[in-house]
Design a protein around this ligand. Sequence first.
Ligand code: ADP
Length: 249
Amino acid sequence: MNSHDVILNTQELTKSFKGFTAVDNVNLSVERGSIHALIGPNGAGKTTCFNLLTKFLSPSSGKIFFNGLDITNEKPAQIARRGVIRSFQISAVFPHLTVLENVRVALQRGLGTEFHFWKPESSLNVLNERAEELLVEVGLEKFTNEETLNLAYGRKRALEIATTLAMEPELMLLDEPTQGMGHEDVERVTELIDRVAKGRTILMVEHNMNVIASIADRITVLQRGSILAEGPYKEVSNNPAVIEAYMGS
Ligand code: ADP
């Protein structure tokens, strides 16, 4: 991989909480256009890593580069404007808005405007059209005018992906996208992630090995804050240290 193919990388990224090191000298490298999974047992430091990459937490030491640019000292909003977008938690989707309205709010956020529900009809139409396109992309077009509250769980996660897409991500960070889902929803969301990955890069924390095996191009395994292994699924899943630390557990 030459440096041009790397969209995001970290150099000795470290986060300590009162003497406890949750992320320890991590050198992560995410290839442009890939689906990259971050895995590891509970407490391995995955969430802390995501919080560092989006600057919800500041690193204790080390650096973060996006497209070769040092973004370590940037604020969360600046990083989001560069196109590093973390999937919204379901709680961040407004339950009493319709599905379309939720995507429109995300589009307005992406434009850096406030929530002008009173915007002139013309610009509302433009936003609605784009929102409808995104709903088609995630397969929710039949639910456009449904109150979000009434969506089934798997569809809420698809809506979450649509609101993330609305922010025009270059790099999407997905936080356990299939967590708590039944088999059918897992398959649907996996297929959706694979589809929206075209032309984008995805870094995801995911526990479901079937999901990882079917769509992840590369995997980084964290253990106690450090990288234990990195590579394609086949290689990583056959690594004895990984089997012992994670796969076998
Ligand atoms: P994972 O997402 O892989 O389960 P986390 O990143 O949530 O792991 O946590 C890594 C370790 O850091 C855990 O031992 C956790 O208890 C600790 N940790 C995370 N956040 C904090 C915090 N704000 N203060 C103290 N310890 C924390």
